[in-house]
Ligand binder design. Structure first.
Ligand code: PGA
Length: 248
């Protein structure tokens, strides 16, 4: 039985004060969550959040990582730096990084490996745009994004990584994939992994992301291949986030 994970992607939101309040709110209820709980603040607040989470069961992750270990890479943050700040997870390949920063599947795969080399658990995000879905290319697009990582890192790497299916058209739009639409893609992604190892595929957590709310989380998480969620907007309110965790 796979344990579920509910991850909050705070994106570029918050201030020191608002984050202090948000973490306190999450900590007040996270102890009773049936799902593992992960929060991913902006890099500059990692140390603050790590200190606040200390002694709790809430896990800390970052939103991005450099492929490089150190050196002249202005603005970038390495996997070892994230580790030192208390992260155990990192998001790689979020659609906002792919679209806004032009990150290719090859670069995302290198980021995944850089994280893995430091013992960080990657949450590898894949997802299709509305145009790609309407053209009937959903499976081809998400498979290409996933296989780029499998080709470079190998299937065994997924024993210590998480996959997140996030249809781009559902992110921040209020438009959620139906539980059936999400399940269909999750099953396809698990089949892509199973073609390389049935055992790894069976143990791999696949999160759904895209306008998850307390009101739709239970229906999504009840699907056979949905093992939790990656939550954007609704993770910025402790009550909503905990409501989603409760469905885990
Ligand atoms: P959303 O974002 O929950 O605000 O749709 C999800 C994500 O981008 O991870």
């Amino acid at each position: 039985m796979r344990k579920s994970l509910v991850a909050g992607n705070w994106k570029m939101n918050g201030s020191s004060a608002s984050i202090e309040e948000l973490v306190a709110g999450i900590l007040a209820g996270a102890g009773s969550s049936p799902a593992d709980v992960l929060v991913c603040p902006p890099h500059v607040y990692l140390a603050q959040v790590a200190a606040a989470l200390s002694g709790s069961n809430v896990k800390l992750g970052a939103q991005d990582v450099s492929v490089e270990a150190s050196g002249a890479f202005t603005g970038d943050v390495s996997a070892s730096m994230l580790k030192e700040m208390g992260c155990s997870y990192v998001l790689v390949g979020h659609s906002e990084r792919r679209a806004i920063h032009g990150e290719s599947s090859a670069l995302v795969a290198q980021k995944f490996v850089a994280a893995q080399n430091e013992g960080l658990i990657s949450v590898l995000c894949v997802g299709e745009t509305l145009e790609e879905r309407e053209a009937g290319n959903t499976v081809a697009v998400v498979s290409e994004q996933f296989e780029a990582v499998l080709d470079l890192a190998g299937i065994d790497a997924m024993k210590k990584a998480v996959l997140a299916y996030e249809p781009v058209w559902a992110i921040g739009t209020g438009k959620t994939a139906s539980a059936e639409q999400a399940q269909e893609v999750h099953a396809q992604l698990r089949a892509v992994a199973a073609a390389r190892s049935v055992e790894v595929a069976g143990g791999m957590q696949i999160l759904y992301g895209g306008s998850v709310k307390p009101s739709n989380a239970a229906e999504l998480f009840a699907m056979a291949d949905i093992d939790g969620g990656l939550i954007g907007g609704a993770s910025l309110q402790a009550e909503d986030f905990l409501g989603i965790c409760a469905a885990g």
